[in-house]
Design a protein around this ligand. Structure first.
Ligand SMILES: [Zn+2]
Length: 363
């Protein structure tokens, strides 16, 4: 009986949402988004684009749920953006990034404290801006991770482990609710990818270069080639790994040339993986010219999120494409080099090389 009532109230709600979509009602913006099955895109109620047939439309309480279900945001109405005009926009965007980076490990109280608000007030402001509570936001991100993991893992069990679910039944319940299909159905749609790699030597030590069909996905430096290889195999445990042939070694040679003289740049496509926020940070890194360094706070400022210095620093540290994504060009205030995933000595050497190169270039 209860579920019958729920179905009925759902129907009423969907009908009123569909009316709002048909009338492009601006007042409905922020209360839900609608997604179109045939195009794979979701929109705000007021989107000016042509309307799809009702039977192809799905409604979601927030843009995150639409994303978690695998829909992409419309480029016209940009339903995923939090407008900077809303109250506390910066604090909310910062909180979203924090949840994106740390998942469920931040409590509501911690998030509220960072935003300088009471938990109650923060919760309300967050919901007004995103359409969901901070908890639902974290859940939606987890669903998105779940989808990615299922598509890249060997088995459903492996994906459960990697998403950090404690109970298998909870995972299945969440997956069906949030993905709209069973984990194995989604899994069978995922393809196993092939990654080609080569280990080489350069003046900075041993170098591992790897590439997918899309482009270079890994450039790692280290002292011990076996450790480099083991870490790489572990990171891409679900892919088919193939040692590079002669033509791939030529590609890798261009990466070595980049190490010797970072200023020349790398004229090869990159396959950069990470969260949306990491992408933004890494793209910003690629705009720092060789021979220059900036601080983490300057970088955060450039990205328009001056309060997210720590999140920016973690994104820099998560980069796995050495030198081509030049995270070595970011230092602490006062010139302190801070850390470097591939060793502080290498960072120092890279910065010196670039300074030397650009001094030569300007003679
Ligand atoms: Zn749209």
């Amino acid at each position: 009986m209860k579920s019958l009532l729920r179905t009925k109230s759902n129907k009423v709600r969907e009908a009123s949402r569909w009316r709002a979509v048909q009338h492009r009602d601006e007042r409905a913006n922020g209360t839900f988004v609608f997604a179109v099955k045939t195009t794979g895109i979701y929109c705000k109620p007021s989107c000016p684009a042509k309307r799809a047939n009702r039977e192809n439309v799905l409604f979601y309480d927030s843009f995150l749920e639409a994303e978690a279900a695998g829909f992409r945001p419309c480029k016209r109405c940009r339903p995923q953006l939090i407008p900077s005009t809303i109250p506390h926009a910066e604090a909310i965007i910062h909180a979203c990034r924090t949840v994106e980076l740390k998942g469920d490990s931040m409590s509501l109280r911690d998030l509220a404290r960072e935003a300088g608000m009471s938990p109650f007030h923060f919760s309300r402001v967050f919901k007004e801006a995103t359409g969901v509570t901070p908890k639902a936001y974290a859940n939606a991100l987890r669903a998105r991770r779940m989808r990615t993991m299922l598509q890249s893992s060997r088995s459903v069990e492996a994906a459960i482990q990697r998403t950090g679910y404690r109970s298998v039944s909870r995972f299945y319940a969440d997956a069906e609710g949030q993905l709209g299909m069973t984990p194995s159905a989604l899994k069978s749609r995922g393809k196993r990818e092939t990654i080609t790699y080569a280990l080489m030597r350069c003046s900075l030590g041993h170098l591992l270069v790897a590439s997918t069909a899309k482009g270079i996905c890994t450039i790692e430096l280290g002292d011990d080639p076996l450790k480099l290889l083991a870490d790489f195999k572990n990171r891409f445990a679900d892919a088919t790994l193939v040692a590079g042939d002669k033509s791939f070694v030529r590609t890798a040679a261009r990466v070595i040339a980049l190490m010797e003289s970072p200023k020349v740049g790398l004229d090869l496509p990159l396959d950069i993986r990470g969260t949306a926020f990491q992408h933004r940070v890494w793209q910003a890194l690629r705009k720092i010219p060789a021979g220059e360094t900036i601080t983490y706070s300057e970088l955060a400022e450039r990205l328009g999120c001056p309060r997210s210095v720590r999140a920016v620093a973690s994104a820099c540290a998560a980069n796995r494409i050495a030198v081509a994504v030049p995270c070595h060009r970011v230092v602490r205030i006062g010139g302190n080099l801070a850390g470097y995933y591939w060793g502080i000595e290498r960072k120092k050497e890279l910065i010196n090389r670039e300074k030397r190169d650009s001094a030569k270039g300007s003679d």
